[in-house]
Design a protein around this ligand. Structure first.
Ligand code: 4AD
Ligand code: MG
Length: 457
């Protein structure tokens, strides 16, 4: 069907005086004695197109005026009577699809929670359409950021036999029926599709290291899967993961890249989604634009874990989980650090080795690893990264100390055997970034079909 984007018809001054066809869904209908007004949305812009119907010259099928109906409109583009931009004086209005009155998206503001129950229709609301336009712009900006800087885009496998984070949160991939006759796990998996226990990848990092130690600078951008049984507002069982990996890089380089990338992404979203961001600023998080501008233009803080614990210990009375050196930071601690102490994004660095993954570079103190988590106000951890252990003996020791199966890390160890180099990288949770940019507080509301424990609608 030959038609134009509403965005173009609405905004392009050169369109005035021309004939145009647009298609879209009816958002509002207003009627008076002589004229009627249809507001149309087609997804291409936040603003809707006003269609003006002169009732003396044009009879319109009443079905075309119902909320949610889809229509095609032919008309003449004119300068808007009120406000900026253009509107369309209709000469023909044709029904594409009627919309009965039990359409669940009614005009009065419905709650995000209600809309979560109709994920297949909620994108027709201003809020969700805006979220997903921002999400798309952010995804493009991620590719642009890395491409402009000479990183190669790598696709890591999603099915794997290796639990990268070693946290036991891997979903199993199997074609086998339940078989209680198997004498051991090993025997059971021998008959399975891959002949060994396989699962969905929790991170593309290990494969990313393979690529980085040949191509220099790479990134992956794809889904990761975690069977985390935590029903929080920031965890999904399936999330999108941005993972750059850089050869000849140490922890300070990793931190510098993470900060620069995040600022680049924020600027891209502010520049490319002005209408959406104004909407979020007004209706979702007051002061959002100012917050993001500030973040894009000031330095992030850096705080070693040991210092963070000193700060937090003084406030232990306010926490549900009091901290001491060696304990993992809970979300309440992360939020306190970034929201109350620093009031801006903060990289916490050099965590105790016991609470971090096996692959992280062991520091000279023998107690900590060269890891970093970036914490941001409102969300907590948005990025997790580290310098990787490049020393074969130390890496083997870390695998052994955790009781992990050395044999399944053969390839990973080979990277340290043959021309090992200092290298590092990080993982950005893409949904958490979209939450941060839009002010949306629940990760389920920035994901098309969110998957979490007991939820696969
Ligand atoms: O901190 P994580 O577990 O780090 C890694 O997976 C490393 N392999 C990354 C690397 O160095 N290449 O995860 C990285 C980020 C977290 O900071 C968080 O933003 C996001 O991924 N994330 C999740 N997002 C949504 N739902 C979940 N269940 C998530 N788990 C992690
Ligand atoms: Mg982490």
């Amino acid at each position: 069907m030959k038609h134009l984007d509403i965005k173009k018809v609405l905004r392009d001054a050169d369109m005035v005086g021309t004939e145009a066809v647009v298609c879209g869904w009816v958002r509002t209908f207003r009627d008076s004695a002589q004229v009627a007004f249809l507001e149309l949305a087609d997804g291409t812009s936040f603003s809707k197109l006003q269609v003006v119907i002169d009732k003396n010259t044009l009879k319109v099928d009443p079905e075309c005026t119902k909320l949610g109906a889809s229509v095609a409109v032919k008309g003449t583009v004119v300068k808007a009577y009120k406000g900026d931009g253009n509107e369309l004086n209709a000469t023909e209005v044709a029904l594409l699809g009627a919309c009965p009155p039990d359409y669940p998206i009614q005009k009065k503001r419905t709650t995000l929670e209600f809309l979560r129950g109709i994920p297949h229709l909620r994108l027709r609301t201003n809020t969700f359409a805006a979220v997903f336009r921002v999400r798309s712009v952010a995804a493009q900006a991620i590719h642009r950021y890395f491409h402009e800087r000479g990183y190669y885009y790598i696709n890591a496998p999603l099915i794997t036999a290796c639990d990268c984070e070693g946290a036991g949160e891997m979903f199993r991939v199997t074609t086998q029926p339940w078989n209680s006759a198997a004498k051991s796990e090993e025997e059971y998996y021998k008959n399975d599709f891959f002949g060994v226990k396989a699962g969905l990848s929790v991170s593309g990092q290990l494969e990313g290291e393979v690529a980085a130690t040949a191509l220099g600078k790479i990134y992956t951008f794809g889904p990761s899967f975690r069977a985390e049984n935590s029903n929080t507002t920031r965890h999904l069982a399936e999330f999108w993961h941005v993972e750059p990996e850089i050869a000849f890089a140490e922890l300070p380089d990793v931190i510098e890249i993470a900060e620069e990338m995040l600022k680049y992404l924020i600027r891209a979203v502010l520049a490319e989604c002005p209408e959406e961001m104004k909407f979020f600023d007004s209706f979702v998080e007051k002061g959002l634009i100012e917050k993001l501008n500030h973040v894009a233009n000031s330095d992030f803080a850096i705080c070693p874990y040991t210092e963070a614990i000193e700060i937090l210990k003084k406030e232990n009375a306010r926490f549900q989980f009091p901290v001491e050196w060696g304990s993992d930071l809970q979300s309440e601690h992360e939020k306190y650090l970034t929201e109350i102490v620093y009031k801006r994004p903060v990289f916490v660095t050099d965590y105790p080795k016991e609470i971090k993954s096996f692959y992280m570079k062991q520091n000279a103190d023998g107690k900590t690893v060269a890891a970093t988590d970036l914490l941001v106000p409102g969300i907590g951890e948005i990025i997790g990264g580290s310098e990787r252990e490049a020393d074969l003996a130390k890496l083997k020791a870390a695998i052994q100390a955790r009781g992990m199966d050395m044999a399944s890390y053969k390839q990973y160890l080979d990277l340290r055997t043959f021309g090992t180099v200092p290298h590092g990288g990080f993982g950005l949770g893409f949904e958490r970034f979209v939450m941060y940019c839009t002010g949306i507080e629940n990760i389920r509301d920035v994901t098309l079909f969110p998957r979490s424990a007991k939820n696969i609608m």
